[in-house]
Design a protein around this ligand. Sequence first.
Ligand code: G3P
Ligand code: CA
Length: 242
Amino acid sequence: MRTQIVAHRGDRKNAPENTLIAYRQALAFDELDILEIDVHLTKDRQLVVIHDEKIDRTTNKHGYVHEYTLAQLQAMDAGSWFDTQYANQHIPSLEEVLALLREHNFKKTLLIEVKTDHIEYPDIEAYLLKRMQQEQPEYQVIYQSFNLNTLIKLYQLDHTLILNALVFYPNIKVLKLYRKGIIKAINPDNRWFINRLFWYKKASVSPWTVNTEAAMRTIFKAQLGRIITDDVALAIKLRKEI
Ligand code: G3P
Ligand code: CA
């Protein structure tokens, strides 16, 4: 089985994560299988794509995403922290990412992480699903979250969704959801997982975030379903060699 490669926050190694340039660069890899994005809600209840619940690390401003409107967030510089050549990059709305995928005639898989692990965004699950139902994408969509309540809410809204639980290491609650078929894969921290490869036989897994050559080789040899990485180019190169 060919292990699928997931571009974590876009082409994160070479561009500021979760920006349109990072996604464009990831989409330029023909052999990429899955694009990953992280979503939050703004003060004016717009779905926005950024990793942290705070803007401090990846913009030139401070505070929580939910304290700002989409327009305010989009006026910030979301690229200079990575390299000054990306000063023109902004925090993308989900709308912009969906438009980019349409523009690219994307037919692969979009992995949407609902970022409710530190902040509660009321009804983000229903809001996100409504938007994706309107979109009716031709590509597959997988939803993942560290927050099991979010996954259960998504399941209650639509039993047909493909849901993945993000974990540092698996626990009983997550395994129960997996056995019941509510979640289709368990995505563990590769630092826990890499020495416990026997475990993959018990569950469908997508370890994150796998960036070393040694870990990639191990996972490709084990023929795991997916690998989530910041270094898409390296993953593609090594997959061909194994
Ligand atoms: O896709 C897995 C990975 O994104 C989970 O961790 O913190 O990078 O969102 P994080
Ligand atoms: Ca993520």
